[in-house]
Design a protein around this ligand. Structure first.
Ligand SMILES: NC(=O)c1ccc[n+]([C@@H]2O[C@H](COP(=O)([O-])OP(=O)(O)OC[C@H]3O[C@@H](n4cnc5c(N)ncnc54)[C@H](OP(=O)(O)O)[C@@H]3O)[C@@H](O)[C@H]2O)c1
Length: 339
């Protein structure tokens, strides 16, 4: 195979707030040669998740921080183009930690999952939005911790985003009444019209506590929280008896690293409610179960997915910053050359 060039975004400086142009550098290197036991993957879509920003801080987390000079870590999807690993065949589509780069090598380990089916027939957008780690996160958080029952009221924040849009649809499938929270009228329209929620509160323009009283007259049975901060506090103030709060993420404080405590946590006591965090990676051994359930619902026409797609390796940082300025509806992806 002729030598391929690999364009990568590496971290040069730890960002403060949004990622600045000087915090990263676009470098070009030869694509790696797969060693024995490895396969070479050409990235088709880089998935841009909120977690990527947390890995740029020098803070302990469930994965180590990205080091200065290293390629920025991200989960994506691509095609096996050369293989020295018996687990993969040329043409396989895999989800893996592609990083912000065009080519990567993979091994037969838990970070890489082959997508079933002939490569040319795989719907890669559906995998990234629904049958991949994003869908699995929504599935484990909503079905394992939220456990919505028919007729209950479920509230989901960042409802127009990748994780929230799937989480809310899973609650609808369970028979709950689902209220989203999102920023701005366009997003609220998408949450109701595209993702099928019953209502959506615009937290940028509405009086949040008043809107929660109006949309959740019997209180909130399940809250799937992607954002933390003042939105978490407002929903805690509206919990129903025995409510379950699913702590999925805290995006409102990823740029500052400061996590103000919610005053309304006392309502957990008053309502004998529970609040539980989770990490989808802990459920790695059950991803097949999640994908089978999500695929089944999708085949019945019960799930909708949308993507916000940026083009080219040079747009990775803009795509990442867009999660914090609210630029995306659905899953944020960067399409790379070769897709
Ligand atoms: N626990 C896990 O295993 C796990 C796994 C994956 C993701 N997550 C978490 O899930 C959450 C969503 O991640 P994602 O990758 O799916 O991103 P996403 O929801 O597609 O995009 C992030 C959305 O967050 C909202 N947002 C940003 N800053 C905000 C703020 N200050 N206040 C309120 N809303 C804000 C924006 O929507 P608006 O325009 O509506 O504000 C933005 O579109 C994150 O907290 C992430 O860490 C957790």
């Amino acid at each position: 195979m002729p030598t391929l060039t690999n364009r990568q975004i590496v971290l040069r400086r730890r960002p403060h707030g949004l990622v600045a142009a000087e915090d990263t550098e676009l470098v070009t290197t030869p694509a790696p040669e797969p060693a024995a036991g490895e396969a070479l993957v050409r990235t088709t879509y880089v998935g841009v998740d909120a977690a990527v920003r947390t890995w740029l801080d020098d803070q302990p987390g469930y994965l180590p921080p990205v080091g200065l000079g290293e390629v920025i870590r991200a989960a994506g999807i691509g095609e096996v183009i050369e293989t020295r690993c018996p687990a993969y065949t040329v043409g396989d589509i895999v989800t893996t930690l592609t990083g912000f780069q065009e080519y990567t090598t993979v091994r037969d380990d838990l970070f890489t999952t082959p997508v079933p089916g002939p490569g040319d027939r795989v719907d890669q957008l559906a995998v990234m939005s629904v049958y991949g780690p994003t869908g699995a996160t929504a599935y484990f958080g909503m079905t394992g911790i939220g456990r919505p029952q028919p007729g209950e009221t479920v509230v989901v924040s960042a409802a127009a985003g990748a994780t929230g849009s799937v989480a809310g649809q899973i609650a609808k499938i369970a028979g709950a009444r689902v209220v989203g929270i999102a920023g701005g009228p366009d997003k609220c329209r998408a949450v109701v019209q595209d993702f099928g929620f019953d209502a959506c509160i615009d937290y940028r323009n509405d009086d949040l506590p008043a809107a929660l009283r109006r949309h959740c007259p019997q209180g909130v049975n399940v809250y799937f929280d992607n954002v933390g901060g003042r939105i978490l506090d407002a929903v805690l103030g509206r919990l129903a008896h025995k409510a379950r709060v699913v702590l999925c993420g805290v995006i409102s404080s990823y740029l500052t690293g400061e996590h103000p405590g919610p005053a309304n946590y006392v309502n957990l006591l008053a309502k004998t409610a529970s609040m539980q965090g989770f990490n989808a990676l802990d459920e790695w051994g059950r991803f097949d179960e999640a994908f089978a359930a999500l695929r089944g619902w999708d085949e019945q026409g019960l799930l909708t997915h949308r993507e916000t797609i940026f083009d080219g390796i040079g747009s990775c940082v803009d795509a990442l910053n867009g999660l914090f300025t609210g630029a995306n509806i659905g899953k944020t992806l960067v399409r790379l050359a070769g897709s």
